[in-house]
Ligand binder design. Structure first.
Ligand code: PMP
Length: 450
């Protein structure tokens, strides 16, 4: 049991000394004070246990204090904490080689950073230097970071401030087959299909065509003739676990390359096996990006990020000196290396299939989607109007779920999508516990509304 400072004191300090973001957001109405974690479990200062179905925003990929990773960290802590990449140290070479071996040719050149924002910053700079072009395109609803440069790539109002954003960043429509105007049951690659009526026959997806026209319009009316790059996640995470129509990314990549741009896959959330069927999210789309960016799950919660690209794309980057004090330090590399050695079985498809049953049971569950342990449950007022369930109702359900011992996340441009992205060590029993709790919370909500 926790013996430290009182909750009241922690809240006082949070208000006084922590930044505006943490002051505003406690995630729950009655905040939780997390004190300890092991694998898929978290304990609060009162000793209550929670099943963590959000993993610190899809970051603790293997599990809290995952023993083999903790051991690697402890060993490295006693050997060497830090030296800059100006020296050669074995951890960075070992890790770079190991990481590169997980990527297809020609993606073999690794840059190590401390976060996803830094990785995307670097990717944008690389794309601009390599192509000699400036403009970048992202999908609406996207999140690629909060640094001044990546805030331009990010297209999610919640994370924007009324200041001049970095120039040269443009957005195209996000091909959301549930909420967007086009698409339906055949359109996306998921073990569960959207129940939305769809007029297109399998393999003849019209949604793709319409969303490609939107991109064409951006290319023809908004950006300069030649572009530096296109950034997208294989499944849009913060945007609400949005999956695109089949072949969308493939067609976009082709068009972007015709316009001189590079294609960047932001694997910050989808990488490292999160989507189950593949190690990287882009693999499910049948594409090979020019640049891949990653963070979060890369080191099971230790701050780290990476950019991997080809030798050719990296070459102009060598004309200057790129330096990052902490990027690729021995401790981060040892931890990330131990993460890559682990191989976790996932129970994602079971979760998806069972959640689809809840979708059929409750009028307010509009859509269940995702792959592996990257799952979204989009909540609606009713299935016909598909209006987003108001935030207050979302918070009520989340609070109830928490009070029954399960932590989940939330996303989507209206905050209308529950996000299920647990550590990959969860078992089928954990999944069933979560499903029972979630079912009960939905039931309780419906009862209260009657
Ligand atoms: N890209 C994506 C897809 C993300 O989800 C995030 C973080 N939520 C980032 C980039 C930025 O990563 P970081 O917070 O490590 O800067």
């Amino acid at each position: 049991k926790f013996q430290g400072m009182s909750k009241e004191r922690m809240m006082e300090i949070r208000k006084l000394n922590c930044n505006a973001m943490t002051m505003k957001v406690t995630y729950y109405k009655k905040p939780i004070f997390i004190h300890q974690g092991f694998m898929q479990w978290l304990w609060d200062v009162d000793g209550s246990r929670y099943l963590d179905m959000f993993a610190g925003v899809a970051t603790v990929s293997l599990g809290h204090c995952y023993p083999k990773v903790t051991k690697a960290a402890q060993e490295q802590l006693q050997r060497l904490w830090h030296t800059s990449a100006i020296y050669v140290h074995p951890q960075i070479q070992e890790y770079a080689e190991k990481l590169a071996s997980h990527l297809p040719d020609p993606l073999k050149v690794v840059y190590l950073t401390n976060s996803g924002s830094e990785a995307n910053d670097l990717a944008l700079l690389m794309a601009r230097l390599h192509t000699g072009n400036f403009d970048a395109i992202t999908l609406r609803g996207s999140y690629h970071g909060g640094s001044p440069l990546t805030m331009g790539l990010t297209s999610n109002t919640v994370y924007k401030y009324p200041v001049a954003s970095s120039s040269g960043c443009f957005n195209t429509m996000c091909p959301d087959v549930f909420r967007g105007p086009w698409g339906g049951s055949h359109c996306r690659d998921s073990p569960v299909q959207t129940i939305r009526e769809c007029s297109c026959s399998p393999g003849q997806c019209q949604a793709n065509k319409h969303y490609m026209e939107q991109l064409m319009e951006v290319l023809n009316t908004s950006v300069s003739k030649r572009i530096a790059g296109f950034f997208a996640e294989p499944i849009q995470g913060l945007g609400g676990t949005v999956q695109y129509p089949k072949n969308f990314l493939k067609e976009v990549y082709k068009l972007v390359r015709e316009r001189g741009g590079l294609c960047v896959s932001d694997e910050v959330q989808t990488g490292f096996g999160r989507t189950g069927s593949h190690f990287w999210g882009f693999q499910a789309h049948g594409v090979v990006p020019d640049i891949v960016t990653m963070a979060k799950g890369i080191a099971n919660g230790f701050p780290m990020g990476a950019v991997v690209t080809s030798e050719e794309i990296a070459r102009p980057f060598a004309s200057g000196v790129h330096f990052n004090t902490f990027g690729g330090n021995p401790l981060a590399c040892s931890i990330a290396s131990a993460v890559l050695d682990e191989n976790c079985a996932v129970v994602g498809t079971h979760l998806l299939m069972e959640l689809a049953k809840l979708r059929d049971k409750y009028e307010i569950v509009g859509d269940v989607r995702g792959k592996g342990l990257h799952i979204g449950v989009e909540m609606v007022k009713d299935k016909v109007s598909r209006e987003p369930l108001p935030v207050d109702a979302m918070l009520e359900i989340m609070e109830d779920t928490k009070d029954m011992g399960v932590l989940i996340g939330r996303g989507g441009i209206y905050g209308q999508t529950f996000r299920i992205q647990p550590p990959m060590c969860i078992t089928k029993d954990d999944a069933d516990f979560f499903l029972a709790v979630f079912d009960q919370a939905l039931h309780n909500y419906m009862e209260r509304k009657r």
